[in-house]
Design a protein around this ligand. Structure first.
Ligand SMILES: [Fe+2]
Length: 201
């Protein structure tokens, strides 16, 4: 069965003013849709047709670049929409908050480290908070790779991911990726991230 574009779980303008409506609309309806369409094209009539998205992503090193890039794009964006939310942000509490404090020293130190990882990613890619061997870690990946992939430098289970492709921020923030990475904390859905953390360790 062909892959399909998931609906955004909120309106395009729901993340304003931190992420603008037009960016959300183009990002979801055009960019994400293109990953889905190109993934379907790339697997049609091949042994990869019928495999789950996670199976494809985990085997990134052994599949064609088109399946790796578009399968990664589909997985990463489906994940990204879920860990953002309107009326969100704030500080994570409970076990996740404790783990962030004990791993990185403080919530502010964690935010700074993730931002550094995102700003430092040359070109296009993603910054991640992952669970690896039960512990939190920050990593980044190029292009549409992700930490589930066999080819990832640092492998683990993503619980938060930030898209640092220009298409994620350029209309509002232009060349100022660091400003986008500051603003995004206002729309991080910590409830969802905490659920992913609970499931991953
Ligand atoms: Fe994106």
């Amino acid at each position: 069965m062909a892959f399909t574009l998931p609906n955004l779980p909120y309106a395009f303008e729901a993340l304003e003013p931190h992420i603008d409506a037009l960016t959300m609309q183009i990002h979801h309806d055009k960019h994400h849709q293109a990953y889905v369409d190109n993934l379907n094209k790339a697997i049609a009539g091949t042994p990869n047709e019928g495999k789950s998205l996670e199976e494809l992503v985990k085997a990134a090193g052994t599949i064609s670049p088109a399946v790796r890039n578009n399968g990664g794009g589909h997985w990463n964006h489906s994940f990204f929409w879920e860990i953002l939310a309107p009326n969100a942000g704030g500080t994570p509490d409970g076990k996740l908050g404790e783990a962030i404090n004990s791993t990185f020293g403080s919530f502010d130190a964690f935010k700074e480290k993730l931002a550094t990882s995102g700003v430092g990613r040359f070109g296009s890619g993603w910054a991640w908070l992952i669970v690896k061997d039960g512990k939190l870690e920050i990593s980044s990946t190029p292009n549409q790779d992700n930490p589930l992939m066999d080819v990832a430098e640092v492998k683990g289970t993503p619980i938060l991911g930030v898209d640092v492709w220009e298409h994620a921020y350029y209309l509002k923030y232009q060349n100022k990726r660091a400003d986008y990475l500051k603003a995004i904390w206002n729309v991080i859905n910590w409830k969802k991230v905490a659920e992913l953390y609970a499931a991953a360790h």
